[in-house]
Design a protein around this ligand. Structure first.
Ligand code: ADP
Ligand code: ADP
Length: 232
């Protein structure tokens, strides 16, 4: 039932005295929207890197559906993840091309691109080019907001049918994860996808089903926004 479990994760970067993750334990239930919140340096990015299999913890383990992540199953796990950094965005390609990024042209499923764009509220933008480019009919490209860039990442993950979406505010160069993107994701995917949102401020992830407050690599408190506000 508990989809993703961080079990007593300890991780120290080489040469550092303080552990970046200091006995971190948390539960991310399947098909819930969960927020990880903390100040810069709290361990959010490191926790995600452990979950993505980019960092091997010194102690503890990640359990996915009660199976420990190991060298043998990490690839299969990574293939179910949709990490949504803004850097995925290709500045010289249409939004449609961004959603279908990396696929051989003959393999692109247009109906699937359209559906992903629709779910991410990008219908009107699908064939647009980013600012600075012109289409073959001389139409000017459009300036994309940070929220729109996040949506392109979400659409890409949806095209791939990712089970888990990770939205990281730290990688958003512009206006970060807008509350609107979060609200839409919650309304559209509630009960069907596991979504992890990383943010600096509690208010950004107010709508999440469950929020973990991180400090110095461990959980300070967890609960709903209202519960956390009443206690902290
Ligand atoms: P944020 O709180 O927005 O994640 P940080 O400044 O804490 O921003 O970290 C941004 C990135 O820089 C992190 O993902 C991490 O990999 C890297 N980083 C942070 N601190 C250090 C450090 N002391 N040495 C090297 N890299 C770091
Ligand atoms: P957050 O994402 O919450 O800002 P991080 O996971 O980036 O926090 O950082 C947790 C701690 O680990 C901080 O003390 C940070 O300076 C340190 N850190 C992060 N990345 C690196 C790195 N690549 N090398 C050394 N220290 C790092």
């Amino acid at each position: 039932k508990d989809f993703i479990l961080f079990e007593n994760i300890v991780f120290r970067y080489p040469g550092k005295n303080e552990a970046a993750l200091n006995n971190l334990s948390l539960t991310i239930p399947a098909n819930h929207v969960v927020g990880l919140v903390g100040l810069s340096g709290a361990g959010k990015s490191t926790a995600i890197d452990v979950l993505l299999g980019l960092i091997r913890p010194d102690q503890g383990q990640i359990l996915i559906d009660q199976t420990s992540l190991t060298d043998y199953n990490i690839r299969a796990w990574q293939n179910t993840l949709g990490f949504v950094p803004q850097s995925i965005f290709l500045s010289d390609a249409s939004i449609r091309d961004n959603i279908a990024f990396g696929l051989p042209p003959e393999e692109i499923d247009e109906a699937r691109v359209k559906f992903a764009a629709h779910m991410a509220n990008l219908d009107e933008l699908l064939m647009k080019l980013p600012d600075g480019l012109e289409t073959h009919v001389g139409e000017r490209g459009i300036q994309l907001s940070g929220g729109q860039r996040q949506r392109i990442g979400i659409a890409r993950a949806l095209y791939d049918d990712a089970k888990v979406l990770i939205l990281d505010e730290a990688t958003s160069a512009l206006d970060g994860i807008t509350e609107k993107v979060i609200m839409d994701a919650i309304h559209k995917f509630s009960g069907s996808k596991t979504i992890i949102m990383i943010a600096h401020r509690l208010a950004t992830v107010k709508q999440c089903h469950k929020i973990y407050l991180l400090e110095q690599g461990c959980v300070l408190d967890h609960g709903t926004y209202d519960e956390l506000i009443s206690r902290n």
